[in-house]
Design a protein around this ligand. Sequence first.
Ligand code: AHM
Ligand code: MG
Length: 335
Amino acid sequence: MQIGTTLSQFIIEETRLYPGATGDFAALLNDLTVACKFIAAQVQRGALVGALGSAGTDNVQGEAQKKLDIISNDAILHSMDWTGHLAGMVSEEMDAPYVLPAGIPRGKYLLLFDPLDGSSNIDVGISVGTIFSVLRAPVAGRDAVAADFLQPGVEQVAAGYALYGSSNMLVYSTGYGVNGFTLEPSIGEYVLTHTQMRIPEDTSEYAINASNHRHWQEPVRRYIDELMAGRDGPRGRDFNMRWVGSMVADVHRLLCRGGIFLYPFDTRDPAKPGKLRLLYEANPMAFLVEQAGGAASTGTQRILEMEPQSLHQRVPVILGAKNEVERCVAYHREG
Ligand code: AHM
Ligand code: MG
């Protein structure tokens, strides 16, 4: 019996595809996986280690933080801040870029992350995950400032997520397709299990929080109403719905068996044109979905081409099966 291809081996072999690669990026990704394994262990132990429940604090967006949000954020910061590969880090849970410790060389990459996505599912044993995005620092060797992180998603060097679910997985892409690795608990290594994940262009499954129906704009209402009408409606066939409420788990399902995912524009709060964050959620997931053959749009614009305006900017998200995303975008064009 053989171990299979470990994530470390895969990363190093993939890095050889890039002429002139120094190994910095491979090391960065490896260090990040250590934090993901730690978070996986904390999520799994949950109440046993007192990790569940609210931390009694709010993040910059006024959302209540869970203890595990903070434990996960700290785990990533401290697995990465000593490495010398980064010029800075930002996360959903921090107001401003993290200042790297003194005496550590500043590197050429930026790390952007949502340390524990799916907060509402943490305390109830449902899958959650970590989402990450890697950019090149515009100026290597100095502390990154907020403006350095405001790059369109097409500039991502890599993006991925760790899923803490019935299996613990790490799924990522550097622009050569999407590959998935499952944590083998007996050896503590992620092992390649899902090679070149693809999202079929068509699907019969959609994911949306339907309780927001009254807040949606007309094009999304029309699109979803047609799906719900099933074989009696204009689509002439039935569609199934799934909504985990953890974007990592919902996108993972898309990568495993296809589908479309929407957290669209809604009219609840004029200050928030969507729920999901461009830098920590929409961009990395859009990168993965496009790499897997899918599409990702706000309804009016390709997500990866958006020029970010602020670190915690929110955007509408429609991603997954190409033909379905295009249909929904066409409804937006038609108004
Ligand atoms: P979070 O980062 O605070 O956990 O919020 C993001 C999550 C996504 O994982 C998920 O798709 C969405 O919020 C669910 O929202 P809702 O509870 O409105 O259905
Ligand atoms: Mg999140």
